[in-house]
Design a protein around this ligand. Structure first.
Ligand SMILES: Cc1ncc(COP(=O)(O)O)c(C=O)c1O
Length: 391
């Protein structure tokens, strides 16, 4: 049989994570100890009470049927979480849509909303599914640059009118991946005004809402007046409660947009495993003290790595949030060359920035998914690696 992928799928590029994993395997085969700072999967455990809830409900065989959608308790839990964490009122019945991870919603939304030829504004650099979802939907992409000199915020006025006339959706993420910058309320106000003027659905990816450091405010897009009229926000339990493999997430906000996505999803999956939903309820309605400790742990990791790297003269911008450092690489390197040589020679795996878009060239993304001692060791190895090239 001669089987060829569809034209849409042919347009999707193979994941960089696989390429880095292959290089990592080769390095391991050569006997090198590899410190893996490539994939953003949390190494920290979920809270014990969440696991207990999961096990309790998973041991009852009555809980293995299709759930079809979120149980009312889950919708209530999201609403109370949004009220307590971000001072946002969310109607649990109309303004919450349960997802199999925020990826599920991000992957399907474009197909549910846009027609071939409609433009979607996406961040460059940006999390890969934003672009891929538009390609799958047959839409047109307009990547907007996130540059350090603009605090990684887009210049909305730079987007040409003829593009805006055909734009249906815009994706933002503050703090995001790989760009970890935060947005303030006034930026979101501008976005809402812009979206109303041009009739654009705003999609805010808030997957890192609970990994915000140094007492910066945690600003949900939904907390800004008018947001629900124009937008939805994706959130997840993956990074907040270290449940990345336990697939559950949600979207909140504009009822119409959520209904459209919900209708589409009702054809695609049959809901999240009931024990996972119950575990998520326990997590979302807990005391939240663990969240504070988790933030401290990531701050400590970030500071440890940065202090180590400063010794080699590589000064990184301090991440205000997320589990990543978006690191401008030393002059004279291309992202891929730097990342790949770092694995081969130093046994430190990071992701080249250009994998996230054209504007990512000149950067690498470093994930803080190892304990501080390993990050110190990584910094020491990078120091040696850079010293070789500085002579
Ligand atoms: C920015 C961002 N959004 C969404 C996701 C998807 O997360 P999940 O599907 O586990 O909720 C990720 C995962 O790494 C991410 O980095």
């Amino acid at each position: 049989m001669n089987l060829v992928a569809s034209k849409k799928v042919q347009k999707l590029t193979a994941s960089i994570f696989q390429e880095v994993a292959d290089l990592k395997r080769l390095a391991l085969n050569r006997g090198l100890d590899v410190i893996d700072l490539s994939v953003g999967s949390p190494d920290l455990p979920p809270p014990a009470f969440v696991v207990e809830e999961l096990v309790k409900y998973a041991s009852d065989t009555a809980n293995y049927g299709y759930t079809l959608k979120g149980i009312p308790e889950f919708h209530e839990a999201v609403s109370s979480f949004y009220q307590q964490r971000y001072a946002v009122d969310i109607d649990p019945k109309k303004e919450v849509l349960q997802l199999m991870g925020s990826q599920d919603g991000l992957a399907h939304l474009a197909t549910a909303i846009i027609n071939p030829g409609d433009y979607v504004l996406v961040p460059d650099p940006g999390y890969p599914i934003y672009e891929a979802s538009v390609t799958i939907a047959g839409g047109a992409l307009y990547p907007f640059a996130l540059l350090a000199e603009n605090n990684f915020l887009p210049i909305l006025d730079d987007i040409p009118l003829h593009i805006l006339e055909n734009t249906k959706m815009m994706i933002l993420s503050y703090p995001g991946n790989p760009v970890t910058a935060l947005a303030d309320k006034s930026f979101f106000e501008k976005v809402i005004d812009f979206a109303k003027r041009h009739n654009i659905l705003v999609v805010h990816d808030f997957a890192y809402s609970e990994l915000i450091f140094d007492n910066h405010p945690q600003i949900s897009f939904m907390s800004v007046p008018g947001a629900k009229e124009v937008g939805i926000e994706f959130n997840s339990l993956s990074k907040t409660f270290n449940l990345a493999g336990c697939r559950i997430g949600y979207a909140v906000g504009n009822e119409q947009a959520l209904n459209i996505l919900g209708t589409f999803k009702s054809q695609i999956d049959y809901g999240v495993f009931y024990p996972i939903q119950k575990a998520a309820v326990a997590a979302l309605t807990s005391e939240y003290t663990l969240l504070k400790e988790q933030v401290k742990e990531y701050e400590f990791r970030r500071d440890t790595l940065m202090a180590g790297l400063e010794k080699s003269g590589w000064q990184l911008a301090k991440s205000p949030a997320t589990m990543f450092l978006w690191a401008k690489i030393p002059d004279g390197w291309r992202s891929r060359q730097f990342a790949f040589e770092l694995i081969n020679q130093a046994g430190v795996a990071v992701i080249p920035g250009d994998a996230f878009g054209k504007q990512g060239e000149g950067y690498v993304r470093i994930a803080l998914v190892q304990p501080a001692e390993r990050l110190s060791e990584a910094a020491a190895r990078i120091h040696e690696f850079l010293a070789k090239y500085n002579h």
